[in-house]
Design a protein around this ligand. Sequence first.
Ligand code: MD0
Ligand code: SF4
Length: 361
Amino acid sequence: MNGLAAQDCLRELFARTEQGGDEELFRQARQARTARWGDRIFLYGFLYLSTFCRNDCAFCQYRRSNAEERRYRKSLRELREAGLRLAEDGVHLLDLTLGEDPYLVEGEGFARLEEMVSVLHRETGLPVMVSPGVITAAQLSRLRQAGADWYACYQETHDQRRFARLRLGQDFDRRRQARLDAAAAGLLVEDGLLTGLGETADELAASLLVMRDEPLSQVRAMSYVPHACTLPVPEQGAAGQGATDGRRTHELRAIAAMRLLMPDRLVPASLDVDGLAGLRMRLMAGANVVTSIVPSGCGFAGVATRELDIDDARRSVAAVRRVLDGMGMEMATAADYARWLESRRQALAAGEGRQEGHACG
Ligand code: MD0
Ligand code: SF4
């Protein structure tokens, strides 16, 4: 299918106003997942290690201008304890996320971040993803040397005008370049879309084709969660933007379309938007990684939702495993993930990191 046909079919998929066709789309996505991955699901632990940030993104409660936010920066000891707990619970990876904390991403504080990556990787034996925002190519190489396997940096949208309204004062190309620098440094890379903010079917279709053509190994979509200090949710009425689940329509369709278009990439179902209650519908749409598993009682926050389902242990391996059991799916093993990681590295090194599928028939 050529680029134009793919763009047309994706546009039609996102533009549908009724949700009748979604069940068939999700069924095809689940079929593609089973064909490529079986029904074994990966689970990622999530540690938001610092909520300080130099940026002022219009969609984020941790934006610089939010003076109400009770910010924190976790110590290496707190991080180590939480990481070991998650490893014991059986997660396959630790995602160390932070705002663009000036202390940790600039100057001598960066050595602290390197040390956190190195200690967590060495003491848990788990692969580590880092999500520090935009940093330099040299810093990305240092994190790779420290033991990081992944770099996550979300564009949110690939429409430059919308980007400017979301990631205020940030450089579109510089953000994209950071992902390319990470791939060049030998890191696996994740990009992500933010949905539910009035994005058009054209924008979503264009984003998926851009993501397909970048050296990404994980691609995601997450619905916007409004806060007192962030953008108001757009008027309903846009295609599929009806009730809450309507506002999830673009996210769920994006998950399914990513699964079909990029069969060899990991596609997350994040617990961070709707908590445990939102897991089933994201897995039914074809996701094969559950992310944002946060240890309870340690004062670690979520990103889109600060506390949702954390201290009552609903964002836990045990709770996720119960949902998987109920769906006839199972948790992958640590060996499954290690094998996939190694095979993915070899595929990328051989220039074969882009298996293509079709989102329409
Ligand atoms: C998640 N809350 O997976 C996390 C976060 C950042 N690398 C991941 C958005 O939903
Ligand atoms: Fe900072 Fe990230 Fe929030 Fe933007 S999305 S304000 S970069 S923490």
